[in-house]
Design a protein. Structure first.
Length: 276
């Protein structure tokens, strides 16, 4: 039996064939189903790794606030952070293996809140437990505790990749946000995921040498930052009472030291008593 094709079908087939041939000449596929991976993005994924890192740092520097959550490792100790930060202060919680404490800074006034066990054997432990204790600026621990509430310091610590920078060939996601991942020294110098949606904010930092993993979110979102109520505040004077941390490493310790350049000047690990 001879197949029968109406003339109209033959003409349509010829037209489609000619169309695909023409598109092939211009470099456009026909029926391939391939979609531009940068469609709907902010376009930074097309840039070089160094340029993407620069834009991420610019965006972070210009932001009014950020929410940091994750872990930082310093001197063999792990700190779990959940901090909301802005230029004039911050608030949140810090955990170590031994202790959990909350920090609140409004301007230069810093408050520390922890349970009685945090204060160890001090005579005032019972009075200080679960109260916001005013940390005097002259106390040796002030600078260390303050570093956990300083947006500029913590971002300087986090946003540094060591070694030669490269970008991933395939895009990833952080939460529900598409991102491009940068690596330093093929991942040995850390990994940084940068948003492909809207402003190219840093979204996730995995530090070199297993020195921590921190998510950065809620960029530019406002949050309240007020001093604690007077009946919840204790002013101990010019120096905090001796804590377990001052005698045995339980309370205060600096966060990881910044690597500095962000492009290969150091390991990004260690501890600096002067700042995180």
């Amino acid at each position: 039996m001879t197949a029968y094709f109406p003339a109209a079908r033959l003409r349509r087939a010829a037209f489609v064939g000619a169309l695909c041939a023409g598109l092939a000449v211009t470099g456009t596929g026909c029926g391939s189903g391939a979609e531009d991976p940068d469609k709907g993005t902010n376009g930074v994924g097309k840039l070089s790794a160094d340029t993407i890192e620069g834009k991420a740092k610019e965006a972070a520097t210009a932001a009014d606030s950020v929410h940091l959550s994750g872990t930082l490792v310093s001197g063999g100790r792990t700190f779990t952070l959940d901090m909301r930060l802005k230029s004039d202060g911050g608030s949140g919680e810090v955990k170590t293996k031994e202790n959990t404490f909350q920090l609140l800074r409004v301007g230069e006034q810093l408050y520390l809140k922890a349970d009685a066990a945090f204060w160890g054997q001090s005579d005032s432990a019972g009075k200080l437990g679960d109260k916001y204790v005013k940390v005097p600026e002259g106390d040796p621990s002030y600078k260390q505790f303050r570093g956990f509430t300083d947006m500029d310091v913590l971002l300087d610590v986090l946003l540094g990749l060591d070694g030669k920078l490269a970008k991933s060939k395939a895009y990833t996601t952080v939460g529900h946000t598409r991102a491009v991942q940068l690596t330093g020294d093929q991942g040995k110098g850390g990994k940084l995921s940068v948003s492909l949606e809207g402003t190219p904010y840093p979204l996730l930092m995995e530090r070199a040498g297993g020195a921590g993993r921190v998510e950065l979110a809620e960029w530019g979102e406002a949050f309240p930052l007020d001093p604690p109520a007077k009946d919840q505040t204790v002013d101990y004077g010019s120096q905090l009472p001796t804590t377990k941390g001052q005698g045995g490493g339980g309370a205060a310790s600096p966060a990881p030291k910044s690597s500095g350049s962000g492009s290969g000047s150091g390991s990004g690990q260690g501890a600096d008593p002067g700042k995180p």
